[in-house]
Design a protein around this ligand. Sequence first.
Ligand code: SF4
Length: 380
Amino acid sequence: MISLSLFENLGSGYQPVPVPNFDPDRIIITRGSYKTPQQRYLVEAICSVYPQAEIIEQLDRPHNRIQLDNPDPLKLHYTGKKTLVLGIHKSALRYSDEAGNMCPNYWHFSPYGFCPYDCQYCYLAGTPGVKYSPTVKIFLNLPEILNQIGRVASQLTIPTAFYLGKLQDALALDPLTGYSRLIIPFFAGQRYARLILLTKSVNVENLLDIDHKQHTNLSWSLNPPEVSSAFERNVPSPDERIAAMQKSNKVGYPVRAVIMPIVPVEGWKKIYSNFIENLLMSVPLERITLGQICSYSAALKLTERKLGKNNPISNRLEKVKSNDGRVRFLLKLRIDIYRSLIDKIKKLKPKLPIGLCMEEYQVFKALNMESAIGCCNCVL
Ligand code: SF4
């Protein structure tokens, strides 16, 4: 068991700060939220920073049984993005279950669910959990989640990653919860467990004075400004994200970048080449991962409701699903895109490790990158 004193301090002392890019219309408090005095403190403190939000108690319901009652999928999606659900998550630590692509499986955990941003391509919006419960969630039982991680970590014999960012944005809500101030010290005290966070946010203020012992890797999901402005709404700009990366790197965090999904808009070669140059000259990266659309039909339908059927993503998709049930761009296009970006990266930083996210064996083979299989953002 971890000592709860850190959480008690956090619970009684942390003052939530309203989150840029998130202004909920309603906050729904669900089953288990008031289980401990620390949880009650956090619920009340979070509610107090959004005095305009309607506060609804549904203490007989778990977090994933909230009904928003909107038959229109797009309206339901946006109602969900303006609904903050507070609750507890009993199975927040999981081992991933990928098959049919070259990604390794790995531990991931969820102190949050989904996120307040509005990326038009969001694949998470089509996953079953989000499709039926498309709200932004904060899980209040963080000490329990860390205890679960601690139990797995006690059995480890080699450094092993625990990933935060698979089913949420890792830092988008951190100013509200201050969770990074508990999670990062927890991993700093671990012999073998390591933390990898993935975010599009710029909320690093809570992280900068923590003694992280380099047991936490911070990873940013990025796209060039031309692509971000077309497909990422209500998200900090790429320049702001790069500034957050620089700040974090200055205090010793290893920093990674994930360029994903690469979208072949008109002029993409030059756009991505310029962006990669700017990124690599701005931040010393530990690893860079490239990825393209690898989504599910339900998420792509939502993308089309946002962008219309004739859009640069839908127009380039394969007609058939890949072996893992996802839909991707045409194989030749994917290989051409990777080749172009990899050439650029290698010219500028020949030694920088490059990963491909959620890709298939024939892509690694065509690029002569079989040795990079397993060099991913989600693992060490
Ligand atoms: S940041 Fe990630 S989870 Fe949030 S909307 Fe964008 S793609 Fe979806």
